[in-house]
Design a protein around this ligand. Structure first.
Ligand code: NAP
Length: 254
């Protein structure tokens, strides 16, 4: 019997950890990245990079590569890729699992305001101060009419999309709370705008904001794709083993 092949749609730390764990469990895992990061973290899995050409392109890829199961472990804001994955897996008859990061929930001292999009965030910012830290670099046009000083962080060199007057800070995570706190203090930041991505990797800025008493405007996550879901790597591994009819007694955790 040939080794079953699993496609992991990635771009997140969870996807890489999962792909590595699948390889360690004797599964032929392919880790797919959008291809926008210049030096992605190394993985034991085979890597592929770049778009598939929509849902039809992905369905063709699933068939051509004889993919036995597909795991959507993309970023929570990568809604188009998730929708394409649903359509492609349905068309190609490939079982699909979505990895859902736990949502962030506020604790005492957090000053979070959830909004649906950047346009709604733009309405709140003028009342929050002058110096705004934005933790993402796309979809910023709604901020362009505001007379505020923006510091926009992105992982790769490039523009603050839609906000040409902003200062861009190129920094790749994971970030530590104390370093985030030092950054916000040194730059005299008054408020933060971030995507409510959830999970641990991007949380440090929220902890630093609480420490400094800063307000945080959080863009709500898009509606997740339909289930089944896994909350983490071990759950996803269990699903793969069950779906592929593999020996449940074999090592399946990391
Ligand atoms: P998207 O809008 O859902 O995807 C756009 C297109 O990129 C997809 O249709 C697909 O092209 C390609 N793509 C995305 N992920 C892919 C993958 N894993 N493998 C192969 N192709 C992939 O998502 P996005 O533009 O990547 O990101 C949307 C938001 O998610 C960003 O604004 C950012 O906040 C956040 N984000 C994404 C990533 C990431 O690695 N993708 C990482 C961090 C944050 P085709 O239709 O041609 O297949």
């Amino acid at each position: 019997m040939s080794t079953p092949r699993v496609l992991v749609l990635g771009g997140t730390q969870e996807a890489r950890v999962l792909a590595d764990a699948l390889v360690a469990g004797g599964i032929d895992a392919i880790l797919s990245l959008a291809g926008r990061t210049s030096a992605p973290a190394a993985s034991a899995a085979r890597a592929r990079s770049g778009g598939f050409g929509g849902a039809e392109g992905l369905a063709a890829y699933l068939r051509a590569e004889s993919i036995a199961a597909c795991i959507d472990a993309t970023h929570p804001f990568a809604a188009r890729m998730s929708a394409n994955t649903v359509a492609a897996c349905t068309a190609a008859g490939v079982p699909r699992l979505a990895v859902l990061r736990p949502e962030w929930t506020p604790v005492d001292g957090d000053r979070w305001i959830f909004v649906d999009d950047a346009a709604k965030a733009a309405r709140l910012l003028p009342a929050m101060g002058r110096r705004i830290f934005v933790a993402f670099a796309d979809g910023l046009a709604p901020f362009a009419a505001l007379d505020l000083d923006f510091l926009v962080r992105r992982a790769e060199p490039g523009p603050a999309e839609g906000l040409p007057g902003a200062e861009v800070l190129v920094q790749r995570g994971p970030f530590a709370r104390d370093a985030e706190r030092a950054l916000f203090a040194a730059r005299k930041i008054d408020a933060i705008v971030a995507k409510a991505s959830g999970g641990d990797g991007a949380r440090a800025k929220l902890d630093a904001a609480r420490n400094l008493g800063l307000p945080v405007v959080l863009l709500r996550r898009p509606t997740p794709p339909p289930g089944p879901y896994a909350g983490g790597t071990n759950e996803a591994l269990g699903w793969v083993r069950a779906t592929l009819g593999l020996d449940p007694g074999a090592p399946s955790s990391i």
